[in-house]
Design a protein around this ligand. Sequence first.
Ligand code: ADP
Length: 216
Amino acid sequence: MQKNYFIALEGIDGSGKSTQVKLLSDKLKKEGFKIYTTFEPTDSPIGSVIKNIFRHRIEADHRTIAGLYVADRLDHLLNKTNGILKKMEEGYTVVTDRYYFSSYAYQGTHMSMDWVIQANSLSAELLRPDLTIFIDVQPEVSMQRLSEGRDMIQLYESLENLHNVRSKYMEAFDRLKNEEIVFITDGNRPVDAIANDVWTKVYSLLKPHGTFAAKD
Ligand code: ADP
């Protein structure tokens, strides 16, 4: 039986995560995988509160936001209807646009990263990604992309903050290098070059499990 996988895409805003989630998912589908793509913050009631905070419709402290992310992630995993764990049980390979490293990096710019990692430990115990892919983009490049594609610059998207978030991602990868498998790709390049790198890495992850045995 084909093994299924859990893959998380990470990066600062505008790094190209959703673009690469789509390309990777399409490629995996072509290879015969059942694919479920998803994202955080989710569309659940908890995720909606988070989105309303970004849109400045609700005011909240960073510690409150960190707690909301913990809850949203647990629901993302455990929801009985469309939770990631249920999808994995059903044989789907799940590709998510953001997972707990986003909390370590974004909330880690405002509060103790140790606390954020601890607060998310239940999610890490429930499901660690088989692979986390970090699309590493210069904040100036991502800001340029966002200004072309969107009219609303959200709470997290100021240039200075994106620099801080990028360095917190690097700090988190270093702290968790013994627990997590992280692949960093240069996201300043054209979409296809990044997609090729991502595919080469994912292929190397899947191959030892015999997923492509028939073709080799
Ligand atoms: P994210 O999901 O990380 O916020 P998106 O995938 O939505 O990023 O990309 C943000 C914008 O940048 C979109 O307009 C997208 O078309 C564009 N984009 C994505 N990847 C690249 C790339 N490698 N080079 C140039 N533009 C890109």
